[in-house]
Design a protein around this ligand. Structure first.
Ligand code: 13P
Length: 263
């Protein structure tokens, strides 16, 4: 079983455009207090840019286990790009992860696979671990073409990446129809698509790399739905939206193993 041995499970909370920076600090402290002390999974919180500095300071000062991620970055180190954030600026705040290509950025900010590919290359170059989001919209799911759709996204986004660093990528399979809708893919279906993604990684790179890359599920993950998702053999973690804004809900998701013992 490679999950848990080679691939450490990773649970991340994407706060999207929520939380003032002081609210963010409070939320991180609450989450940290409720974490199991012997936690053997990676916990990442991904607040908006304005909260990163304060939260980074609090994490360091209190030696928290929680890791920090950003929701986006530019593909250049610096330059005349008004309103953008450089990966080096993130690095300077000890930010370990960055979401690249979230479906909301693809849909509302016209991010293309080509742009996402540039960002992935840059993140790997500067040493920030990218969480690459892929997943199909409802119209594609309805005609049963989700594998083809995701295959195309992977081919385009992962093209020409440095094979020495590519194992640092985390992939999040987030079917768009399941995001913020309360509809989740069934755990078996999510496992099937994630297994398919792993096969593609094996083809694009190598079987060894495909065994190392962690693949998450995202889309309406809640405390009541976490256990059936995490027991799937191919699913290495989850990317949580709405439920990560509430300390109790997010902690219940992160501490899912407690429920596992009761089954
Ligand atoms: P929800 O958990 O709110 O559906 O959001 C999922 C998501 O988009 C995480 O990146």
């Amino acid at each position: 079983m490679l999950k848990g041995e080679i691939r450490k499970p990773i649970i991340a909370g994407n706060w999207k455009m929520h939380k003032m920076h002081l609210e963010g600090v409070k939320l991180v402290e609450e989450i940290d207090n409720s974490l199991d002390k012997n936690l053997d999974i990676e916990v990442v919180i991904i607040p908006p840019f304005t909260a990163l500095r304060s939260i980074s300071t609090v994490i360091k000062a209190n030696q928290m286990k929680i890791k920090l991620g950003a929701q986006n970055m530019h593909y250049m180190s610096e330059g005349p790009f008004t309103g953008e954030i450089s990966p080096l600026m993130l690095k300077a705040l000890d930010i370990e992860y960055v979401i690249i290509g979230h479906s909301e950025r693809r849909e509302y900010f016209d991010e293309t696979d080509e742009l996402i590919n540039k960002k992935l290359k840059k993140a790997l170059e500067v040493g920030i671990k990218p969480i690459l989001c892929v997943g199909e919209p409802l119209r594609i799911r309805e005609i049963g073409k989700q594998k083809q759709y995701v295959r195309e996204q992977l081919n385009n986004c992962l093209e020409g990446l440095n094979e020495n660093y590519v194992h640092n990528i985390v992939i999040a399979y987030e079917p768009i129809w399941a995001i913020g809708t309360g509809k989740t893919a069934t755990p078996e279906d999510a496992n099937f698509m994630i297994s398919f993604i792993r096969q593609r990684i094996s083809k694009i790179f190598s079987p060894v790399i495909s065994e190392k890359i962690r693949i998450q599920y995202g889309g309406s993950v809640k405390p009541f739905s976490i256990v059936p998702i995490m027991v799937q053999p191919e699913i290495d973690g989850v990317l949580v939206g709405g439920a990560s804004l509430n300390a109790q809900d997010f902690s219940d998701i992160v501490n899912y193993k407690k429920k596992l013992k009761n089954i």
